[in-house]
Design a protein around this ligand. Structure first.
Ligand SMILES: [Zn+2]
Length: 135
């Protein structure tokens, strides 16, 4: 029997849904997927400058698991850079520290279940227009 998947902790979703290279015709664009947990290792290790021990504690994963996620992240980003692919940031086995939504109209991130009825940014009052990011 497979072990149940353990959620990895993540503070907040990324600001954007991905990256697009320029200088490549849209029709020729292919994409790679950077999962949320992979994105988080880049944030913690490369952006915040934590060591692997600290980052594994933050994400509630073992040190070897963290290393594996981080290696996948770097391989994915390297592939995108070398082969001129888009990076879509989505999926992965994560649990955010609070409830997050993304506005379908202006793409702003919205934090907190109490705010989920509207987007303050673009005055989008339809909750159908907010995409829940927690699974
Ligand atoms: Zn909005």
């Amino acid at each position: 029997m497979p072990r149940p998947k353990q959620f990895r902790k993540m503070v907040s979703p990324p600001l954007m849904q991905g990256f697009k290279p320029f200088g490549i015709p849209r029709s020729a664009l292919e994409s790679v997927i950077l999962q949320y947990d992979e994105f988080e290792t880049i944030r913690l290790l490369d952006y915040e400058g934590l060591n692997q021990e600290q980052a594994s504690e933050r994400m509630k994963v073992s040190r070897p698991t963290l290393t594996r996620i981080y290696e996948n992240a770097r391989r994915t980003i390297a592939k995108a850079l070398m082969e001129g692919k888009m990076i879509l940031i989505k999926g992965g086995n994560v649990q955010f520290e609070s409830t997050w939504f993304r506005c379908r109209k202006c793409y702003k991130l919205i934090d907190g279940i109490e705010n989920h009825i509207r987007c303050k940014e673009c005055k989008n009052y339809s909750s159908d227009e907010l995409i829940p990011l927690n699974k």
